[in-house]
Design a protein around this ligand. Structure first.
Ligand code: AOF
Length: 141
């Protein structure tokens, strides 16, 4: 079941192209009680990341919501705020990440920030499919 949600996040991430480059195209879906309640993908460079788009499009309670994100949420303030902190502030308690961000400014730090705040993080769902799509876009932002 959860693979369906990550594959949906991967599917919508493709809509981020070509405007998001050189930022990688990322997708995020918010799931509550096995239903997708919101979706987002990376906006044009300097615009919202996928997680922020999904959160901005959702107005209900974040209780029991799991965020499925194709790439590790970012950990630092770059052109946009740190998505790991945005997720924590939203009250979401479970995040499923397909692949870690190889960008050395993130690279495990986003996951660490989430875990230190008590968010349950799972890594690697649909990893093969996501790496296949995302790899060409990583390391250039
Ligand atoms: N596109 C994308 C991420 N992209 C990552 O964010 C960093 C660039 O941040 P910025 O300069 O603020 O745009 C860089 O490490 C890139 O890999 N991260 C995410 O959490 N979600 C997203 O949708």
């Amino acid at each position: 079941m959860s693979e369906i949600f990550m594959l949906r996040a991967l599917q919508i991430s493709k809509s981020a192209l070509p405007d998001c480059t050189p930022n990688p195209p990322v997708g995020c879906v918010l799931v509550k009680n096995d239903f997708i309640v919101s979706e987002g993908f990376t906006q044009a460079i300097g615009g919202n990341h996928a997680e922020v788009q999904a959160l901005n499009s959702y107005s209900g309670s974040t209780e029991n919501i799991t965020a499925y994100v194709t790439l590790e949420p970012c950990s630092y303030v770059g052109r946009t705020p740190a998505c790991a902190n945005t997720l924590i502030n939203s009250g979401i308690k479970r995040v499923v990440v397909s692949m870690l961000d190889p960008d050395p400014r993130n690279s495990g730090k986003g996951v660490k920030i989430l875990e230190q705040a008590g968010v349950q993080v799972e890594i690697g769902l649909c990893n093969d499919q996501v790496i296949h799509f995302l790899a060409p876009y990583l390391g250039k932002s």
